[in-house]
Design a binder for this molecule. Structure first.
Ligand SMILES: [Zn+2]
Length: 78
């Protein structure tokens, strides 16, 4: 296969709190090396959530001609 290139731009990906629907989730501790789970806490209401294999906020890349799509998080519960 030939090498292909395309222009992309960085985007910040945040997760809005499921509880208050207002605050942003932020990682509060180290990744669990066995399960890959990352503890997060809402910066506004303190709601705790755990994400597997992803942390927030993070930087992702998207093609310049793509529309902004919501990123489905793998929420694995508190
Ligand atoms: Zn909240």
């Amino acid at each position: 296969m030939p090498e292909i290139k395309r222009k992309v731009m960085p985007v910040e990906v945040n997760y809005v709190c499921d509880k208050c629907g207002y605050g942003m989730m932020q990682q509060t501790g180290p990744t669990n090396k066995e399960t890959g789970e990352n503890p997060h806490e809402c910066m506004i209401c303190g709601h705790n959530m755990t994400f597997k294999g992803v942390t927030y906020p993070h930087i992702s890349y998207m093609a310049e001609d793509d529309n902004v799509k919501s990123v489905q998080a793998r929420h694995v519960g508190v």
